[in-house]
Each structure stands twice: as structure tokens, then as C-alpha cells.
Design a protein around this ligand. Structure first.
Ligand SMILES: [Zn+2]
Ligand SMILES: [Zn+2]
Length: 382
């Protein structure tokens, strides 16, 4: 028992921060395209300015196999100083495997091919790490390219796109394919230490509509001490963030258990005012459902995607059971629309009690400096 409690303690420390940790929340989008790829409609400056003007704190101009040096993007003078560009690229590889390299020093090779998709994902992941960054496996359900079997053998991959705002990526699955959230629970149940990211994958600022990949649909809220590429990347790689399609949280807190004194707890609370502000946006896209109860709902989820607690509430504290391998939380906000309801979500990251993160620290390789690199692009699509 002692080992187990200590294990929970050491791992819980990796989860999203507490209220008094000297950190704050930073809003960011890890996935955006520009005219440089040939199928998006705005310049790097226009794309970055869109996010700058709407309160975001960071953005990755993740071009297809092209490295956009943040120093080359000229933003207006006298802008607010809490907005940064994190260098990166979308490693757009064979067999429709796309991986955001986050916080890269240089472009990563995308040409590697193999009959095994897991080897391609591994190549992207290792390439991103070798270039000083980390990997985010993108939109697994785009063209149904990536399955759990393709991801499970991959080492050192700790981030994937649970939600992507592009209209062609099939987040929700279909009759024959599981949703990306179901995929996440398969990966977590099988022992993978992987966190869920939400992104825009924006391509268009000049044409707008549900069928266009516009900005403002999916983002992450990252808990970090400072706003630097290294601090944000390190925080995400350690799971100190949540993914959202519109719901904003006030608290995501893990209380470390103390032996003989207290249990461990995972607490989540909604920021209702901030959520209401986000949901006034015309850009935001809810998931359409036939039936729902209006308002907030908090669900605690464990292995095999089992919902272990389900309530209509804006705050919930859940005891961490050291005998259950992981615990995560989904917060839903539902509102009425023509013909039914639309739902928005916040997904907090799982905390693990089974020791799967014991070697996790070794995969952290966040670089201090960044240099330029060039590249060509061929890919079309998200
Ligand atoms: Zn993309
Ligand atoms: Zn893509």
C-alpha cells in the first residue's frame, strides 16, 4: 500500500497545477496554416495577428513540412507582451500521418516510409525530439489514417489531437470507426501515457462557415510559470493543461495524498463567466446532439472509458482510487439550438496511479535555443 500511495503522490505532482503554485493559465493554439502551404488563405502575419487580437497567449504556425521562424513574422509594434509564437511545423508524412513538431530548432524529415504506420509515427516523434521539441500526433481520424494499434507501440509520444477544428477530420468517428475520445481511452487503458490536445488546424481567415477550417474552435489552456516556448512546451508534455472546445475551467487541481493523513483528490471547477464569454463567439462550433440537459455536466472517466461519476454541476471533487489506473474529467456545456442541442467540452488530462510515467522524465527534451531551417511542401489537407 505504501508504494502505491507514494506512486500516486509522485505522479499527481505532474498533473495540472494548483491555485497557489505561482503559475497561471495561458491560452494557445498548436496548429495553424498559412499561404506558405499553398492551400490556406492568409499570411503568417495575418494568422498570428488574428490570434494576438483575440486574447491568445501563444500560437504555433505549424506549416506542412516548412519551418516558419517566429523571428521572420513581423507583428505590429506596441502589441501586448503576453503573446508568443512557438516555433514548429506539421511533419506531413507518408500514409497521411501528420505530426506537429512543437518548439523545434529546425525542420524535421517527413519522407520516411514504412509498411508499419507506428514506425512512421515513431520517426516523426524522434525527429521532433532530435530537433529540440516534442511531438503531437495530429487528427488520427483524418482519412481514418491512424488507429490505436498504430499508436500503442510508439515510444516518447505523449500528446495527440483529441479535438481538431478542421471539418474533414472525423473527431466523432462513424459507424465503423471509434471517436478520437474513445481512441484516447483505448490508449490510456492499454497503458500509454498520452495527453489530449485541442487545436484549430486553421486554413482560412477569408472565407467562413461550418465547412471551412476557421480559427477559434479548439484550443488548450496551459498552466505554466512563465510564457516562453520552453515553459509552455514542458508544461504540455507533463500534462499541465486541458483541451477545450469552449468550456473554460477555473480550477484543475490534484491534491497529493499524504499517507495516514489524507486521500488524493482531483478537483475540477467551471469558470462560468469565462465560458459564457467564449460561447458568445460566432466562430465556436458545438457538437450537435439530439438530447441533452441544458447547462454544465461533469463526468469522471476511468479505464475503458467507463464513466465512474456523472453529475450536472459546476464543481466536483473526486477521490483518487490508487487501484484504478487513471482518472480524467470531461466537462460539458449544453445549450438548445434548432432541432436539438449543441455541446461544448473541456477535457482535463488523466492522472495515473500505475507508475506508467516512471520513465517519463527521460523523454523531456526541450531546447534552449532555436535556429532557422528551410523546406519544401507538397502536402494538401489538414
Ligand atoms: Zn494541419
Ligand atoms: Zn494535418
Amino acid at each position: 500500500m505504501r508504494n502505491r500511495v507514494l506512486m500516486v503522490a509522485s505522479l499527481a505532482a505532474l498533473a495540472t497545477g494548483c491555485a497557489h503554485d505561482g503559475a497561471r493559465w495561458y491560452k494557445g493554439n498548436t496548429h495553424a496554416h498559412t499561404v506558405l502551404c499553398g492551400h490556406a488563405d492568409s499570411t503568417p502575419e495575418e494568422v498570428a495577428t488574428w490570434y494576438l487580437d483575440r486574447g491568445y497567449n501563444f500560437l504555433i504556425l505549424s506549416e506542412h513540412n516548412k519551418f516558419i521562424d517566429p523571428a521572420s513574422v513581423r507583428l505590429r509594434e506596441h502589441r501586448r507582451d503576453d503573446f508568443i509564437l512557438i516555433p514548429g511545423a506539421e511533419i506531413t508524412g507518408k500514409k497521411t500521418i501528420h505530426t506537429t513538431g512543437m518548439n523545434l530548432d529546425e525542420l524535421v524529415d517527413w519522407s520516411f516510409d514504412s509498411e508499419r504506420k507506428s514506425e512512421i509515427i515513431q520517426h516523426h516523434t524522434d525527429g521532433a525530439i532530435a530537433a529540440g521539441g516534442v511531438a503531437i500526433l495530429n487528427h488520427p481520424n483524418f482519412r481514418w489514417a491512424v488507429t490505436a494499434d498504430d499508436m500503442l507501440p510508439v515510444q516518447r509520444l505523449h500528446l495527440f489531437e483529441l479535438f481538431n477544428g478542421h471539418p474533414l477530420v472525423n473527431n466523432e468517428g462513424d459507424e465503423e470507426h471509434i471517436s478520437t475520445e474513445e481512441l484516447w481511452d483505448v490508449l490510456l487503458t492499454e497503458g500509454m501515457a498520452i495527453y489530449g490536445v485541442s487545436s484549430d488546424d486553421v486554413h482560412s481567415l477569408k472565407r467562413w462557415g461550418r465547412d471551412v477550417s476557421n480559427p477559434g474552435r479548439g484550443w488548450v489552456m496551459v498552466r505554466a510559470e512563465t510564457l516562453t516556448p520552453d515553459a509552455i512546451t514542458s508544461a504540455m508534455q507533463r500534462g499541465r493543461f486541458y483541451a477545450t472546445s469552449g468550456v473554460i475551467l477555473e480550477t484543475v487541481k490534484v491534491t497529493v495524498p499524504r499517507r495516514g493523513y489524507s486521500q488524493g483528490y482531483y478537483e475540477v471547477a467551471v469558470d462560468e463567466a469565462a465560458t459564457a464569454r467564449e460561447l458568445t463567439s460566432d466562430l465556436i462550433l458545438g457538437r450537435r446532439v439530439k438530447h441533452a440537459v441544458e447547462g454544465f455536466r461533469i463526468q469522471w472517466i476511468g479505464p475503458r472509458g467507463e464513466v465512474v461519476s456523472d453529475m450536472h454541476a459546476t464543481r466536483s471533487i473526486r477521490e483518487i482510487d490508487p487501484g484504478v489506473a487513471y482518472l480524467r474529467c470531461r466537462v460539458t456545456y449544453a445549450r438548445k439550438v434548432d432541432g436539438g442541442y449543441e455541446e461544448f467540452y473541456a477535457w482535463t488530462q488523466p492522472i495515473f496511479t500505475d507508475g506508467r510515467l516512471d520513465t517519463f522524465g527521460a523523454s523531456m527534451q526541450v531546447a534552449d535555443t532555436h535556429t532557422r531551417a528551410g523546406g519544401r511542401t507538397h502536402a494538401v489537407g489538414p
